[in-house]
Write a protein that binds this ligand. Structure first.
Ligand code: DX5
Ligand code: ZN
Length: 218
């Protein structure tokens, strides 16, 4: 299954509700939370998450680019988050963090920066509904896709298949018409796209076009 996840980081914040409604055809909404410490930028927090949750029934994938993510789990579940995707670089206990998310009744995911190796986490994949491979340095939208991270996608894809797991491989950063096919061919199932969706005049059409390109490449 292909999932297209528009990132509201690239939406018009003065018209956020209307922008979210424009991508009602998307499979989920990607919510980028930045704390100005883990990444050199700030985005928004629980109140904006709640406001988004109030205008859509869509699944909210919470991309937590924050230090000490576990401290915020309950808050983001209360705000409507459906999956907590924390960075392994931000915690010393990814297994405990996954359990905490599950105890709160939501899904767990982990994200890795481009320079972070995936090997230390391969034995724990069964605890995660999603693994998010960053294809740019986290912090900003509109950056250039880093194709070298697809090696990690292939390793993950093989391990997930061998172990018979349902873990979804997601990719985040620089996904657009020109890059999505490469990622899909490597084994990505869930595609985050910010500027390639909200930077277009017709975001819903952009979602459909990306979905088609991904489906054709798989
Ligand atoms: C970057 C964020 C991304 C961002 C992607 O740190 O995690 O989700 O919105 O933006 P694009 O799709 O424009 O690269
Ligand atoms: Zn993100």
């Amino acid at each position: 299954m292909i999932y297209i996840a528009p990132s509201i980081l690239a939406a018009d914040y003065a018209a956020l509700g209307s922008d979210v409604r424009k991508v009602a055809n998307a499979d989920l909404i990607h919510v980028d939370i930045m704390d100005g410490h883990f990444v050199p930028n700030l985005s928004f927090g629980p109140d904006v998450t709640k406001a988004v949750n109030n205008v859509t029934e869509q699944f909210l994938d919470m991309h937590l680019m924050i230090e000490q993510p576990e401290k915020w789990f309950e808050t983001y579940v209360g705000a409507g988050g459906d999956r907590l995707v924390f960075h392994v670089e931000a915690t010393s206990d990814h297994v405990g963090a996954a359990r905490q998310a599950h105890d709160l009744g939501v899904q767990a995911g982990f994200a890795v920066k481009p320079g972070t190796s995936i090997e230390p986490y391969l034995d724990d994949l069964e605890l995660f509904e999603e693994v998010m491979i960053m294809s740019v340095e986290p912090g900003f939208g509109g950056q250039k896709f880093m194709p070298e991270v697809l090696d990690k996608v292939r390793v993950l894809r093989d391990r997930i298949a061998e172990a018979g797991l349902g873990t979804i491989i997601a990719i985040d950063g620089g996904i657009a018409e020109t890059t999505i096919a490469h990622a899909a061919a490597a084994g990505v199932e869930s595609f985050v796209a910010g500027s390639a969706v909200f930077g277009k005049d017709d975001p819903a059409a952009a979602v459909e076009n990306l979905r088609l390109l991904a489906e054709q490449a798989r």
